[in-house]
Each structure stands twice: as C-alpha cells, then as structure tokens.
Design a protein around this ligand. Structure first.
Ligand code: FES
Length: 150
C-alpha cells in the first residue's frame, strides 16, 4: 500500500468504532488526491480501517462524481496471428490478463486486453502492443512484467 495512503487511513482510523460519514468523505478525498483514484483494494483496506462495510464505502465512491476507481487506461493487444499463436501467445494472453486484473484492483489502472491480429512482424514474435506501441520477442513473464510496470 502507498505510504501516504497508509498515513491517511491511520489518521482517520477509530480503533474499533465506525468512522463518521464526514471522516469517510475526508479520507476518500485525500486518497483520491494522492492516487488520482480509489482502487478496489484501497477501498477494501479503507473499509477495514474505518470500521465500515466494504459495500458502504463503495457506495460513497460511486455516489460522488469526484471519486474514480480507475485513473489510467491501457489497451493491450496480444497478437494471436498464425506465427505468434504458434508460439506462446495464449500463455502470454493469460499472463497479461492476470497481471492486468491485479493492476486494476491494486492501483486503479485499467488494462483492457484484446486478441490482436498479425502486424506483419512475425519474425520478431510473439508480439504485443501497449496503446499502439509494439513489443517483440515476448515471453509470458516479460509480458506480465511490462503490465506491472505501467
Ligand atoms: S502472427 Fe504475430 S505478427 Fe504475425
């Protein structure tokens, strides 16, 4: 967890007693300011620390337009053309999907994963594109690491 977010939650934490609505709003505003969003994992941690149900806290995030669950968006195209597909394209797809889900949950960064067509760079495959930028000679581990570094 982000150090600053940890400090914010510690400040608003009320040792076993549920936080007041104004305190919850203030905590969420500060977290939004630090992270640019309030990711699901942070919401879960905040609900624990503030002594309220996760659904109650999630309702706050949804109710106020100033709060967002996601701050950035990326589109990943994993080439599943004949050459890349014969390589490790499906393993890469699975690795990227898992890393993408973790990224969104923990950091509020949306990662949309799609199967891409052949980009005529077959000799450099397996290939994937991140927001239109091609990455060559991918392994599942390298692809997942790229997603983690977004
Ligand atoms: S099959 Fe992937 S670039 Fe051609």
């Amino acid at each position: 967890m982000n150090l600053r977010v940890g400090e914010i939650l510690k400040f608003y934490e009320r040792q076993g007693k549920p936080a007041e609505q104004e305190e919850i709003l203030s905590a969420l505003r500060e977290i939004q300011e630090v992270l640019g969003c309030i990711p699901k994992a942070v919401q879960e941690e905040a609900s624990l620390r503030l002594g309220v149900k996760p659904s109650f806290l999630a309702a706050f995030v949804k109710k106020y337009p100033e709060f967002k669950e996601v701050s950035e968006k990326y589109e990943i195209q994993v080439c599943t053309g004949p050459s890349c597909g014969a390589g490790k394209a499906l393993e890469i797809l699975r690795a990227v999907e898992a890393a993408g889900k973790q990224k969104e949950r923990e950091q509020g960064i949306s990662v949309k994963i799609v199967k891409g067509r052949c980009t005529r760079q077959c000799g450099k495959g397996p290939n994937l594109k991140i927001n239109g930028v091609l990455h060559h000679h991918m392994t599942p581990e390298q692809a997942a690491e790229l997603i983690r570094l977004l």
